[in-house]
Ligand binder design. Structure first.
Ligand SMILES: [Zn+2]
Ligand SMILES: [Zn+2]
Length: 332
């Protein structure tokens, strides 16, 4: 099968993904083989490719926002008939036995595997998944438009939950890429007022089109104090600015898997019971809850489509803030 393979981490400007032929995988016990129709591109892919995350499987096929159809199943995988359209997301498997899994916090599992990082992902014609970790895709979404729901959408949704934003509350979104452009639609559905802080003017414009009451620069002061905020940009220097914009008792959630160092904080920024917390992965429950809500609203994803063999070009665009909404790879 065709795939985009990363042999060793390197800056994306050097186009390190090799479009090549690799053996088509075989489903093992409990697994399904998915024929990939679309795969969303996530900033985490860039962190894997550029070596900002510790190296795990190498070479590796990146990609963890996979939409496809089940082509075949391994032994004891009987949940879905062949032809079912499913999504494969970042959380590929958990042990189910550690203290976190037992406590309903499988996103924090001690022995997880991750799609497109510790196992091969969806920048390929086929991908494997554990049948208990795939998500049926609601009918209302086309294949390409559904892809960004699987990480940008689900992680954005978990970030919203952890930010504690309530109906009628004021929410700040820092960075306005794929995750924020979905999260704003959920937040508005919940009746929140959204303030978008992002350095790129095109992203500010998109935020206003999607119903933000205000959009400005990353460290500009929003015109009202915020109940909650989420930082999606991987830039630790935003943390003091976001804390400064929060009300007393407000929560700042950090939505990314990687962030540059956070500068020393003046305690006054944190005092008055402000909370800073990270967001790590998601539970399957988050995923199923989000996809149900996404279909109800319904969420509209803005996408830029690239053919599989142009994954390097898509990732370069992402790094340069040049994607409006989310980039998606289309398979033939
Ligand atoms: Zn576990
Ligand atoms: Zn992701």
């Amino acid at each position: 099968m065709k795939a985009c393979l990363l042999r060793s981490p390197a800056p994306i400007e050097s186009n390190p993904l090799e479009f090549t032929d690799v053996p088509k995988p075989e489903p093992g016990a409990g697994q399904v083989l998915v024929r990939v129709l679309a795969c969303g591109i996530c900033r985490t892919d860039l962190h894997v490719i550029e070596g900002e995350l510790p190296q795990r499987k190498m070479p590796v096929i990146p990609g963890h926002q996979v939409v496809g159809v089940i082509e075949s199943a391994g032994t004891s995988a009987t949940r879905y008939p062949a032809g079912t359209r499913v999504g494969i997301a970042w959380l590929h498997s958990t042990d189910g036995t550690c203290e976190y899994c037992k406590a309903g916090k499988e996103n924090l599992c001690n022995n997880p595997s991750f799609t497109g990082y510790t196992v091969d992902g969806g920048y390929a014609e086929y991908a494997l998944a554990d049948e208990s970790f795939v998500y049926p895709i609601p009918d209302g979404f086309g294949d390409l438009k559904a892809a960004p729901l699987l990480c940008a959408g689900i992680i954005g949704f978990r970030s919203l939950r952890l930010s504690g934003i309530a109906r009628g509350g004021r929410l700040g979104l820092y960075g306005f890429g794929a995750a924020a452009h979905v999260a704003i639609q959920v937040a508005r559905h919940w009746g929140a007022e959204v303030f978008a802080c992002t350095r790129d003017e095109r992203h500010q414009k998109l935020a206003l089109e999607l119903g933000a009451v205000w959009a400005g620069g990353t460290i500009a002061d929003p015109p009202a104090k915020l109940d909650s905020a989420i930082i999606f940009a991987p830039a630790g220097e935003i943390v003091p600015a976001a804390l400064k914009a929060l009300k007393k008792g407000g929560t700042l959630a950090l939505g990314g898997i990687h962030m540059s160092p956070i500068p020393p904080l003046d305690y006054n920024l944190l005092y008055q019971e402000r909370v800073v917390r990270s967001v790590a992965n998601n539970t399957r429950q988050d995923g199923h809850d989000f996809l149900r809500i996404a279909a109800e609203i319904p969420i509209h994803t803005e996408i830029e489509v690239f053919p599989l063999e142009q994954a390097n070009r898509a990732l370069n665009s992402l790094k340069n803030d040049a994607i409006r909404g989310a980039a998606v790879l289309k398979l033939d």
